[in-house]
Design a binder for this molecule. Structure first.
Ligand SMILES: [Cu+2]
Length: 131
């Protein structure tokens, strides 16, 4: 009788493992299409852009920057005044302190176009396109 308990547990564990295996298999199938584009590992996975804000001037001029899903875009933003840095679509809002570079790592998740902006004054710094 005692032996039944471990057996039942083992069965449950097997069922759970089977379920997890099945779901991870299907998710790896759905990501196969993007896997070719994301194949290059970490070294090239981080792209850094340095931005300077002076009054209402943004340097370099606002542009569309494309990254791949899973790739990280590192922004280093320095403003000559206190401001808020807002990365739409990434849920990131950071305080900028005048003259202090602020580093922001944005990881491409959902494909789409997202604005990175400041609030005081409202300026567009760039648009991140996740492919
Ligand atoms: Cu905003």
């Amino acid at each position: 009788m005692r032996a039944l308990v471990p057996t039942a547990l083992a069965c449950t564990a097997l069922v759970l493992a089977g379920c997890a295996a099945a779901s991870s298999t299907s998710s790896s199938i759905t990501t196969t299409a993007t896997a070719t584009a994301t194949r290059t590992p970490t070294a090239e996975a981080v792209r850094t852009i340095t931005i300077t804000v002076r009054g209402k001037d943004v340097t370099p001029a606002p542009d569309v920057v494309s990254i791949r899903r899973g790739q990280t875009l590192r922004l280093v933003v320095t403003s000559d005044h206190d401001d808020q840095l807002h990365a739409h679509g990434f849920g990131v809002e950071e305080q900028l302190v005048a003259g202090q570079p602020r580093r922001l790592d944005l990881r491409g998740a959902e494909p789409g176009q997202y604005e990175i902006e400041t609030h005081e004054p409202p300026l567009r710094l760039l648009v991140v396109q996740v492919r």
